[in-house]
Design a protein around this ligand. Structure first.
Ligand code: FAD
Ligand code: 2HG
Ligand code: ZN
Length: 460
């Protein structure tokens, strides 16, 4: 039986020739990388679970250069994988075979910032953390924050429609991204780089590219609405004995903290059944701290939470956040991790973890759950000392059937990439997937953009 994540046969794209390399070197002098040692890290994904064999990495600096590359590849029928920070978790950012890697790393210029509206425009290759630092100096923040902020790029964030730690407060990129500039498969530049809050002039084309994982176009520039930097921020780290109590704490928290609640995250642990990270962001520290104090008192006296710590200084807040943000990296030291990123009605998110634990028994090294309670999104991670096909066969399709029975999504925020493309039918009907195929065929008739990704093998 072939695993649904296994790569399909190589499609009949052209092979790279010396003439092709000569063309790329002319367009991108000094930025056409062919050294195998330098290519190595771009051919492998962050989890080291997918490895391609691309022979060239292109590092354009401008939209015009991206357009020249794509129009050339289109005429030559050469396949391309767009790559941002290469932190994606579904094998979408690396070639499967010999696709050309188009990295946006050198497209890292800020194009403008309006401190009245809070609208930032920048090239797609700006690293998320650099944008955050730029904005914080101007008393604004990015509307999204991820554990991978030090490497991931805003173009990659938009291409995956990344969620992260602030979605509860500032909503999804589908709301905060105001405009995009995209280079289409044949090299045409689509300028939808609006800087307007409102624009109802027909179809909202930029939405097609948000979450399209490099399969419909290369995002080259973005404009995004950024909130003002909150004047008062608090972070609380709490221990909790059961998931039922955690849900009650969430309800209490929403009721008592109201508009200042900005994150509600959780992780399970071998030391305490659950830890909760709550963040408040507001404009008046006296008011916020009083609210937080009342909430904590109520949560403690009602025995909803066992113990905890509160931070108001930057350094301690960072330390508390890092306990949550670093779970992904910590798990890489356990060996191999099978990752699932599931959306469900919030009351059910942890049931998946307990059901999986009893389903797998001693087969797995560990079965852990963490994620974004506020968004109804759990990250189920199953570890084993090494890749284990028998373990995988026990997890899948169990996890997907379990999710589909409850009308959940099999990819809440990471996308489908290579690994989950064939699982799309657990969450989307055939007519919807067929329409995705029609859109792909219209925008990329030769299928050169990120082949083998996102769309299932029966729709290309
Ligand atoms: P890449 O990994 O390089 O690419 C991802 C996909 O986007 C690929 O399909 C690629 O082809 C495409 N792409 C990249 N740039 C472009 C472009 N300019 N135009 C068109 N297509 C493009 N994700 C979350 O949603 N929430 C989290 O909280 C979160 N936390 C994470 C924590 C850690 C420690 C790690 C390692 C990952 C985490 N992720 C999270 C996953 C990952 O960081 C996000 O998916 C991120 O948005 C990917 O950005 P990137 O620049 O690294 O893109
Ligand atoms: C997070 O929320 C990321 O920490 C990564 O989305 C999730 O490691 C994972 O499964
Ligand atoms: Zn997440």
């Amino acid at each position: 039986k072939v695993s649904p994540s296994a790569a399909p046969q190589r499609l009949s794209f052209s092979r790279l020739t010396q003439d092709d390399l000569a063309f790329f070197k002319k367009v991108l002098p000094g930025r056409t990388v062919t050294d195998p040692d330098l290519l190595e890290s771009s051919n492998v994904d962050w989890l080291k679970s997918v490895k391609g064999s691309s022979e060239v990495l292109l590092r354009p600096e401008t939209t015009e250069e991206v357009s020249q590359i794509l129009s050339y590849c289109y005429s030559r029928n050469l396949a391309i994988t767009p790559q941002g920070g290469n932190t994606g978790l579904v094998g979408g950012s690396v070639p499967v075979y010999d696709e050309i890697i188009l990295s946006t790393a050198q497209m890292n210029k800020i194009l403008g910032f309006d401190s009245v509206s809070g609208i930032l425009s920048c090239q797609a290759g700006c690293v998320l953390e650099n944008l955050s630092l730029y904005l914080e100096e101007r008393d604004f923040i990015m509307p999204l924050d991820l554990g991978s902020k030090g490497s991931c790029q805003i173009g990659g964030n938009i291409a995956t429609n990344a969620g992260g730690l602030r979605l509860l407060r500032y909503g999804s990129l589908r709301g905060t991204v105001l405009g995009l500039e995209v280079v289409l498969a044949d090299g045409r530049v689509l300028d939808c780089l609006n800087k307007l809050r409102k624009d109802n002039t027909g179809y909202d084309l930029k939405q097609l590219f948000i979450g399209s994982e490099g399969t419909l176009g290369v995002i080259t520039a973005v404009s995004i609405l950024c909130p003002p930097k909150p004047k008062s921020v608090n972070v609380v780290f709490l221990g909790c004995e059961s998931f039922q109590k955690l849900l009650q704490t969430f309800q209490l928290c929403k009721g008592m903290l109201g508009e200042i609640l900005s994150a509600f995250e959780f992780l399970d642990s071998e030391y305490c059944p659950f830890y909760i990270v709550i963040e408040t962001s507001g404009s008046d520290s006296t008011h916020d701290e009083e609210k937080l104090h009342n909430f904590l008192e109520k949560a403690m006296t009602s025995s909803l939470v066992a113990d905890g710590t509160v931070a108001t200084e930057d350094a301690k807040m960072k330390t508390l956040w890092s306990m949550r943000e670093r779970v992904t990296e910590a798990l890489t030291h356990e060996g191999f991790t099978y990752k699932y990123d599931i959306s469900l009605p919030v009351e059910q998110i942890y049931q998946l973890v307990t059901d999986m634990r009893s389903h797998l028994g001693t087969q797995a090294k560990s079965v852990v759950g963490y994620g974004h309670v506020g968004d109804g999104n759990v990250h189920l991670n199953v570890t084993s000392p090494a890749k284990d096909p028998a373990l995988l066969a026990s997890i899948e399709p169990f996890v997907y059937e379990w999710t589909a029975q409850r009308q959940g999504s099999i990819s809440a925020e990471h996308g489908l990439g290579l690994k989950k493309r064939n699982c799309i039918y657990y969450s989307k009907g055939r007519p919807a997937v067929a329409l995705m195929g029609d859109i792909k065929a219209m925008l990329d008739p030769k299928g050169i953009l990120n082949p083998y990704k996102t769309l299932p093998d029966d729709v290309r």
